[in-house]
Design a protein around this ligand. Structure first.
Ligand SMILES: [Zn+2]
Length: 255
């Protein structure tokens, strides 16, 4: 059976991603344990690994509970705030899940937190809270320059890769992005599509990275339209991508 990737909803907006082949399963960022444990049981799946992107509670809150029942390899960043990680990885390393034939490259993406990492291969990007669909994570611990560099790494990946991020924020993100780029036809089309999906409570993920590059303002800080919007918002910003990013991110934070 080929790899299936399913979203297990948790809390208000989180998705815990389950990657499985009908027998073995990997969970990504289990912020709670009840939903994923129930999911494994209902689908007759055996947990074979956990993948963790960063230390926030809504991403690791379920780990202790899950590991108590299923002691599996736990891949994550080098960070004392995640003591459950027993396969620490950094940029250039791979997370290996032989049961699913997965060898995922690790990229370090500081910005949302200082030690945030993402996992990817040629098909999927498990982005945690670094890149959202039509948005990006808040800067809790990093600088705009760090986040811009992290997003550049993701924007450079092949466009056919699908983005599996950790929150359903797309509709809100579209509302904001349309303030930055009201005349972007790709964004207008995405926004309409997302609105339809959310009207019936459907998931808006996973978009391709090519779709994100065309519509996500945080991946478009070198585009004239986004540079202009940043300079309208904050005159004198200039065109340095990190400065443009900082203004757009601050604009979104202020609502
Ligand atoms: Zn987070």
């Amino acid at each position: 059976m080929p790899l299936s990737i399913e979203a297990i909803p948790a809390f208000e907006t989180n998705y815990i991603w389950a990657l499985h082949n009908g027998r073995d399963c990997v969970l990504v960022d289990p912020g709670s344990s009840a939903e994923p444990l129930d999911y494994l049981q209902r689908n007759g799946l055996t947990l074979c690994a956990l993948l963790l992107t960063h230390h926030h509670y809504d991403h690791i809150g379920g780990v202790d509970d899950i590991l108590a029942k299923h002691p599996v390899p736990t891949w994550g960043p080098v960070d004392p705030r995640i003591p459950q990680v027993n396969r620490p990885v950094s940029e250039g390393d791979q997370a290996l899940v032989p049961e699913l034939g997965l060898a995922l490259d690790v990229l370090e993406t500081p910005g949302h937190t200082t030690t945030h990492i993402v996992f990817h291969d040629d098909e999927i990007l498990l982005a945690g809270d670094t890149l959202f669909s039509i948005g990006c994570g808040r800067l809790f611990e990093g600088t705009p320059a760090q986040m811009q560099a992290s997003l550049d790494k993701l924007a450079d990946l092949p466009g056919k890769i699908r983005l599996y991020c950790a929150h359903e924020y797309t509709q809100d993100n579209c509302r904001f992005a349309l303030q930055v780029e009201p005349d972007n036809p790709e964004l207008q089309a995405r926004s309409a599509k997302v609105k339809k999906l959310r009207a019936t409570d459907q998931i808006t993920l996973p978009p391709t990275l090519a779709e994100e590059r065309a519509a996500n303002p945080f991946l478009r800080t070198r585009e004239a339209s986004v540079i202009e919007a940043a300079n309208r918002r904050q005159p004198g910003t200039g065109h340095d991508p990190a400065a443009v990013f900082g203004v757009i991110r601050g604009w979104k934070d202020q609502g």
